[in-house]
Design a protein around this ligand. Structure first.
Ligand code: ADP
Length: 326
């Protein structure tokens, strides 16, 4: 017997383009299925402080094309304490919210897993992060848009790099995952990507220099994943200045540019499918799973798997980048 009558939706952690499309899809699919829907503002903070509004289909009109999240997002330390989660649970009971859909990254889904286990609440997660670092899904909501933004930025930087015959390190986000750097490098025709997954195996900078980059080119662009493991673009530029002073090196850090903007068609469709699938999962008595996509099919990934496992980099991509940058 499915006793769920009302669903709360929240977005949490770092924002990602496509979160609005996901909020819209969950809201509409839930109302279509006969559920009451509550929008919870500012992630887990809004759950603790009761910043909650009942949503109708109109609340999510005209948002599919907008970046960011209309529900706002926040990082909430209190939710990491038992007392904080107890408050959140009490608010849910008082409001009559029976189940949650949490849209966010690794941290948000970790919080969801703990909360669901403590209070036996059905929670479905949607992977909302530009980093693409959740296991069990080919892509996450926001990743494709961020990749396209990176590609456009690199295209522009290339004009300057070519005119001045320089080596450019362009730092992209990824939080210890190289997906944006590696696929961004392939998409923009960059020379190389320096990513954390490989940093522990080889010194990627000395490999790059050793392989004789720039021999036949008049500029070089290298994408660097922001991570203490890679040293980041600044760290690598410093190393070049000290170890290879013959090179004229410049750094560009793309930063928050990568999070913004209207979501691509890919992200809107992904978010719409995943949002509808989250409601299907609740109807199907599923709980504590993240909605994933594998070979264009929706999958249910247990939270523990999605969070704990490191998502491996596809070695084919590395090989492709190497072969195409000669
Ligand atoms: P993201 O979801 O983008 O990875 P964060 O790592 O900042 O972002 O996590 C977002 C929020 O999720 C945190 O502010 C906190 O409220 C909650 N959260 C993260 N880790 C935990 C945890 N171990 N226990 C409870 N809540 C957590």
């Amino acid at each position: 017997m499915n006793k769920i009558k009302s669903i709360g939706i929240l977005t949490s952690g770092g924002d990602a383009p496509g979160m609005n499309a996901a909020v819209r899809a969950v809201t509409r699919a839930a109302i279509f299925a006969g559920f009451k829907v509550f929008g919870i503002y500012r992630g887990y903070r809004g759950l603790i402080y009761d910043e909650i509004e009942e949503f109708s289909t109109q609340n999510v009109s005209n948002i599919i094309q907008r970046g960011g999240t209309i529900l706002k997002t926040a990082r909430c330390k209190e939710f990491q304490t038992e007392e904080g989660r107890q408050c959140a649970y009490d608010v849910m009971k008082r409001r009559g919210i029976d189940a949650l859909v949490v849209i966010g990254g690794d941290g948000s889904l970790t919080g969801a897993r703990i909360f669901a286990n403590e209070f036996s609440i059905p929670i479905i997660g949607l992977p909302g992060t530009i980093d693409n670092d959740l296991y069990g899904t080919d892509t996450t909501i926001g990743y494709d848009t961020a990749l396209n933004t990176i590609m456009e930025c690199v295209d522009k930087i290339r004009d300057t790099a070519t005119s001045h015959e320089r080596l450019f390190f362009i730092e992209v986000m990824g939080r210890d995952a190289g997906f944006l750097a590696l696929n961004g490098a392939i998409a923009s025709g960059a020379e190389a990507a320096i990513i954390p997954e490989i940093s522990t195996q080889v010194d990627q900078l000395s490999e790059l220099i050793k392989n004789g980059f720039r021999k036949s080119k008049n500029s070089s662009i290298v994408l660097v994943a922001e991570s203490p493991i890679t040293g980041g673009a600044m760290g690598l530029a410093q190393r070049v200045k000290e170890e290879y002073p013959e090179y004229d090196v410049r750094v560009s850090i793309l930063g928050h540019l990568q999070r913004g903007g209207s979501p691509t068609a890919h992200d809107r469709i992904l978010a719409s499918r995943m949002g509808a699938a989250a409601v299907d999962a609740l109807l199907d008595d599923q709980r504590n799973v993240m909605i994933g996509i594998k070979n264009d099919e929706i999958t249910y990934v247990p939270f523990t798997k999605a969070i704990k496992n490191d998502k491996p980099i596809n070695q084919d991509l590395l090989s492709t980048l190497r072969r195409l940058s000669i």
